[in-house]
Ligand binder design. Structure first.
Ligand code: PRT
Ligand code: ZN
Length: 311
């Protein structure tokens, strides 16, 4: 990006998101739920938002941390794994901070090898290799994270690969791998068993540690408030049901935060009321069954789209 482009729109907050990949859909969905509609042509790398002074840049995920660090962008959405990998470098990334955990693109950075049990710890694997007089070569795209994690173990050699890491043992390049896993199917398809988890990751919103540029503080606050509203709503459900009025007090045994629900009378019906309440977690079938156990009927569970919930 040229100096001129950097200066242009200096009063607008620049947010970097992944152009295309596993973070894109979640990032765009979050922006939309925040009411930030993008004006974007198909191949455009930058899109304006009309409702707030925000420009969105579409880039490769690997560039996002660096862009925020260099001040090319004010904030960015990236996998925590990518941020941590950079943060572990000599001083790099230290000027950044995670301002929100966003709850999508969840995955684990895992150790995997052919000759281990599912979930096996690294320590027992290393011990076995040591007893056989062998060291371990680990292929990964996350060399800093791996070196740091294995710093207490001797005899570990890290082989850095930018992709196709799962193939390394079969190709004889390495004995084991450390790579991202969500279902584990890809590892298994390459004959590898998934062992210990080095890092759990999800998408995060990053910005500079000292906050954003002076003129953008208010915009960032607004953005964070909307993000919080979306995140909060995601973890909450709205429940409506009918039950005996005398049993309403028992609801808090089943649903956390149900101490003061809205109770409405039903016209022409004595002793039975309609109850409306917000449940601060996902509602599973077990919860529904427990509600029925309390005598609740006509139970409806609704998603909440947005929330501003001051207690
Ligand atoms: O092109 P660009 O550089 O922008 O994208 P990229 O190809 O480097 O990244 P991308 O889009 O693959 O992933 C972006 C981010 O998504 C990662 O940094 C993680 O934070 C997150 N994420 C979440 C994942 C996965 N889930 C995931 N499953 N990243 C990669 N995978 C891989 C996994 O390694 C395996 O190869 O997906 C494959 C399928 O996984 P299984 O376990 O379900 O078989
Ligand atoms: Zn990438």
């Amino acid at each position: 990006m040229s100096e001129e482009e950097k200066r242009e729109g200096g009063d607008r907050l620049k947010l970097a998101i992944q152009k295309s990949g596993r973070l894109s859909e979640g990032s765009l969905d979050l922006l939309e739920r925040c009411g930030l509609r993008l004006r974007r042509g198909r191949e455009q790398l930058l899109a304006r938002i009309d409702s707030l002074p925000i420009d969105v840049l579409f880039v490769r995920d690997d560039d996002i941390v660096e862009f925020v660090e260099q001040g090319v962008c004010d904030a960015g959405i990236v996998g925590e794994n990518v941020y941590k990998e950079r943060y572990l470098g000599e001083g790099e990334g230290e000027s950044l901070e995670v301002v929100r955990y966003l709850g999508f693109a969840r995955c684990r950075l895992c150790f995997a090898a052919r000759d281990i049990e599912e979930g096996e710890g690294v320590y027992s694997y290393m011990k076995k290799r040591e007893q056989e007089g062998l060291g371990v070569r680990i292929a990964t795209s996350y060399p800093r994270t791996v070196r740091s994690y294995f710093s207490d173990y001797g005899g570990v050699e890290v082989v850095t690969m930018s992709g196709a890491v799962e193939l390394a043992p079969r190709l004889g390049i390495a004995d084991a791998v450390v790579d991202l896993v969500s279902t584990g199917a890809s590892m298994n398809a390459h004959g590898l068993e998934v062992g210990e988890t080095l890092l759990r990751s999800e998408a995060v919103l990053l910005s500079g540690k000292g906050g954003v540029r002076e003129g953008l503080v208010g915009v960032m606050e607004k953005l964070l408030c909307r993000v919080d509203g979306v995140l909060h709503a995601r973890g909450n459900k709205y429940i409506m049901l009918h039950m005996e009025e005398s049993r309403v007090g028992l609801l808090s045994d089943v649903i956390p935060g149900a101490e003061s629900p809205t109770v409405l009378s039903l016209s022409g019906v004595e002793g039975i009321v309609a109850v409306h309440l917000v449940c601060h977690e996902d509602v599973f079938w077990e919860t529904m069954e427990a509600l029925r156990g309390l005598g609740a009927r006509k139970i409806l569970v609704l998603p909440i789209e947005k929330m501003m919930w001051e207690v």
